[in-house]
Design a protein around this ligand. Structure first.
Ligand code: PMM
Length: 329
């Protein structure tokens, strides 16, 4: 692993642990995670799905050279992190073999990492995570939060890399049958807290943990919106070592297409939802999200900068602003 930000995550000033009482506004730039870029703004993660069947971009970057080129383009457009995934999690998706997943992701991870890109590997499999870390990945993004592979915790604990714990109730093949909640914000918060506590008990350092509400994973539109509107509560889990940085991955998800449906009720296309993704990015950044995961980078990279500049104006006098965000403009 290459490190450029110290060996430990630091918490926002005034939050050495335990739940935050109010909104996380103004704190998104204060997270420092080992080996990852740091900025006084929400980070942007660009997606490279090396799959034939991801729901919005399946097949576009399946060839390793195309995947690498896409990662380079997204980096040039302002992505801070490139998330490389080889297994589609679209609703109803069947699992691929470990060998096939490795065949898809390793060449792309290796080449991007060698060029100095900060690479995240999007995988539910411990052996894939380990091989990707060996190839230079600096972070593991696990949509199952460690539930799909019990060995995952040992791998990320040994490597010490940041680890995204996504709220998840089961594989995509049957996840909508599990989309039942009494109060979705409370239920997701409770289940994520238990998951994080389990990972820490298994050897993970709380400073490695990033949390993600798992939009669309065993969740319908009516579940995704309240989660987005309560990001500070997702950050402030009752697990030891919190609050935790939050990753928001709304880009091109079906609930956006449904919100923007035409007069006949036909959902907006995936790519037609990109402007709505930018709106979510701005709102999530204003709510203190640590990072947004997006398929198209440029407008999202602009949105996080606008949100950071906006946020500067709401800081109490004497609280330092971000270096270089809009100075002299
Ligand atoms: N969703 C997808 C893939 N990876 N990672 C995180 N952390 N959170 C998510 O919600 C998430 C993810 C599925 O979307 P895609 O097929 O468009 O990449």
């Amino acid at each position: 692993m290459t490190g450029d930000a110290g060996s430990e995550a630091t918490r926002p000033p005034g939050h050495s642990g335990g739940p935050v009482a109010g909104p996380a506004t103004g704190q998104h730039g204060r997270w420092r995670l080992a080996g990852l870029p740091a900025a006084d703004r929400t980070l942007v993660m660009g997606v490279v799905n090396v799959t034939p069947d991801s729901f919005s971009d399946g097949g576009n970057w399946l060839d390793p050279a195309a995947g690498v080129a896409r990662g380079r383009d997204l980096t040039a457009a302002g992505a801070d992190i490139i998330d490389v995934g080889g297994e589609s999690t679209r609703p109803g998706a069947k699992r691929i073999t470990e060998a096939e997943e490795l065949r898809r992701v390793l060449p792309v991870v290796t080449e991007l990492a060698a060029a100095g890109t900060c690479v995240s590997v999007d995988t539910m499999r411990a052996p894939v995570a380990r091989r990707a870390i060996d190839a230079g990945a600096r972070m593991v993004n696990d949509v199952s939060g460690g539930l799909a592979d019990p060995e995952m915790v040992s791998v990320i604990a040994a490597a010490g890399v940041p680890y995204v714990v996504v709220h998840w109730r089961g594989h995509s093949a049957d996840m909508y049958g599990k989309a039942h909640y009494d109060d979705v914000v409370t239920d997701v918060g409770t289940e994520l807290s238990l998951r994080v506590a389990g990972l820490i008990a298994g050897g993970a350092d709380p400073a490695q943990i990033i949390v993600d509400p798992g939009l669309g994973f065993a969740k319908l539109a009516e579940h995704n919106w309240p989660l987005l509107a309560h990001l500070p509560q997702i950050s402030a889990l009752s697990a030891p070592g919190g609050p935790f940085p939050v990753l928001v991955a709304a880009s091109r998800k079906r609930f956006l297409g449904r919100l923007l449906a035409g007069p006949g009720g036909e959902p907006r296309s995936f790519t037609g939802s990109d402007d709505a993704t930018v709106a979510i990015t701005a709102l999530a950044a204003a709510a203190g999200a640590w990072c947004v995961r997006v398929h198209e980078v440029p407008a999202n990279a602009d949105a996080v900068r606008v949100a950071a500049r906006w946020d500067q104006e709401t800081r109490p006098p004497g609280v330092a602003g971000g270096a270089g965000e809009g100075a002299g403009q």
